[in-house]
Design a protein around this ligand. Structure first.
Ligand code: F6P
Length: 548
């Protein structure tokens, strides 16, 4: 493929950017009362308002042309139909098949994988029903009260953020916990809270080789053996993995192992049995609703025209800011406490997918790629970093995520919450001029000389971009749709940047280096020669660990 920066469509955008970069959204709003109507879009129960962006209808047309020139439509079809689009690992990318609620077959190496997926969903249903209905008991005959997921990265962040998001839907007597880090503080904290007789540990690891997860799983196994010696502690383990034999060797009974497949990327695996903690928490019917929401977003993404396609528009807006405005970061600010961990989920989904610098053809790319995702829930974020959004020289596009109805909300609280999100987006747009700031100060009775000086500090430039994603309510269905929306946004950007969004070689080097360092941390004499910094720090740590 031709380098994207050499495409006429890219050049047209560069010229267009020079023409409109200094223009002001406030003028566009003043001159066009239909801007919201033109630049908002509803897909099922999610509204996207993208009118507060530094773009005109012409920008959108040019961006859509870039998408077409990048063969986005063909790439979308290749993605959904199981072509090996993860080229460096020679695999298809089929998380969309996991939530395919239609009768369409999906083929991998000549096999329709839909029956495998259906079998797994049925196995999940039987297991989750039995645990939730208390017919599946621990080894001493007691029902399960605590479920602990033991996994990291994609084997953690999906269920972790979704269980929090759907807390209002969870079983009243089953609590979910998550052990991801290898830090003793985390595992100790959880093990202090749970009773071994009534706890189910799910070891979630696509590869069953991840050192953090296996270290934690082995510590838990020893803890269970200690507490339930000779009583059949294996009943307290389930596993989700592609490596069944490794899980069996570890000690998980074969019938308590749920499959995964290589055509599912870790960070896209919440739709598989990696979602087991979520299914246990909300029940299988609601888990299927979660899948249905995602599937319907998939249908929209696959079939809607690019100019009316929500994931495509979000993806193109990101490219507009990253590549043409040199704005490399993207803030995610949900005005919804249940979505507190959604940003962490997106950080892996987006940055592990598109934090790349090599094109599909193996050449270095000369443009910025994946956004730096950050954020916190509002209103907390307002009292923390919004100062920088409003008055620094950084241009930071924001996605505000608002939820119309939260289950059991108090009307006044909800109004303040949503009103706050709307006023932040409005403030980013409108800002405050010097003249406005000065008049306010004079009205307050500040002396003219002082007011003239102070007014400079109160100026807020405005003309700063944001999207509003407005969910009708935070149901399993809408959460599924929201996650799928962002997954596809990531896909669109990777497709246009011509990178492989589905490998993650960058995280491998640290994994390769760890064993040697670990051996040297344990060995009184270093075996390896390191750079002076690493060497010095290893010595320092060893001194710190010496018994005083
Ligand atoms: O961090 C790298 C990574 O490979 C992620 O892509 C993955 O989600 C995570 O590690 C966990 O891997 P596993 O599920 O194999 O334990």
């Amino acid at each position: 493929m031709q380098k994207i920066t050499d495409l006429p469509e890219w050049r047209a955008l560069t010229t267009h950017h020079q023409q409109i970069a200094k223009h002001d959204m406030r003028d566009w709003f003043a001159n066009d009362a239909t801007r919201f109507a033109k630049m908002s879009l509803q897909v099922n129960e999610i509204l996207l308002d993208y009118s507060k962006n530094r773009l005109t209808p012409e920008t959108l047309t040019l961006l859509c042309k870039l998408a077409e020139a990048s063969q986005l439509s063909q790439k979308i079809e290749a993605y959904f139909t199981g072509q090996a689009i993860n080229t460096t690992e020679k695999r298809p990318v089929l998380h969309t098949a996991l939530r395919n609620r239609s009768s369409e077959a999906v083929w991998v190496d000549g096999e329709n994988i839909m029956p495998l997926i259906a079998d797994n969903l049925e196995k999940m249903r039987q297991f989750t029903d039995a645990v939730r209905q208390e017919t599946w008991l621990g080894c001493t005959g007691k029902p399960i009260r605590d479920v602990v997921n033991v996994g990291i990265g994609g084997s953690h962040l999906g269920p972790f953020s979704a269980v929090h998001a759907l807390a209002e839907y969870t079983h009243p007597s089953i609590r979910c916990h998550f052990i991801s880090n290898v830090d003793t503080a985390q595992i100790r904290d959880i093990l202090q809270k749970v009773n071994p007789e009534t706890t189910l540990f799910i070891v979630s690891s696509k590869t069953f080789t991840t050192i953090e997860t296996l270290t934690n799983a082995n510590t838990i196994k020893a803890w269970l053996q200690d507490h339930l010696a000779n009583k059949g502690f294996e009943k307290h383990f389930a596993a989700v993995t592609t490596a069944t034999e490794k899980a069996v060797q570890f000690g998980v009974p074969r019938e308590q192992i749920f499959p995964m497949w290589n055509w599912v990327g870790g960070r896209y695996s919440i739709w598989s049995a990696i979602g087991l903690p979520l299914a246990l928490a909300i029940g299988m019917d609601q888990f299927l609703e979660f899948l249905r929401g995602a599937h319907e977003m998939d249908q929209h993404f696959r079939h809607a025209d690019v100019s009316e396609n929500m994931p495509v528009i979000l993806g193109l807006l990101g490219i507009w800011y990253i590549n043409f405005f040199d704005a490399p970061t993207q803030a995610i600010i949900p005005y919804s406490h249940p979505l507190t961990h959604f940003r962490a989920y997106l950080q892996q989904a987006d940055m592990e997918s598109n934090g790349k610098r090599i094109s599909q053809q193996g050449a270095p790319v000369e443009y910025a790629t994946g956004p730096i995702i950050w954020g916190e829930p509002g209103c907390d974020s307002q009292h923390s970093f919004h100062q920088l959004l409003h008055q620094s020289n950084h241009l930071t596009p924001v996605d505000f995520i608002l939820v119309g109805n939260q289950k059991n909300d108090l009307a006044h609280h909800q109004d303040v919450l949503i009103g706050s999100g709307l006023s932040q987006a409005q403030a980013l747009l409108q800002g405050k001029s010097y003249q406005q700031a000065l008049s306010e100060l004079l009205d307050e009775g500040v002396k003219e000389d002082e007011a003239k000086q102070l007014a400079h500090h109160k100026v807020i430039p405005g003309n700063r971009p944001s999207n509003i994603l407005f969910l009708q309510s935070l149901t399993p269905y809408n959460l599924g749709a929201l996650i799928a929306l962002y997954e596809h946004k990531i896909f669109v950007q990777g497709a246009i940047w011509d990178i492989n969004s589905f490998d993650q070689w960058g995280v491998e080097l640290g994994k390769q280096l760890l064993p040697k360092i670990l051996a040297d941390l344990k060995n009184p004499q270093n075996q390896t020669v390191y750079d002076a910094s690493t060497q010095g720090l290893i010595h320092h740590y060893k001194k710190l660990r010496k018994p005083s």
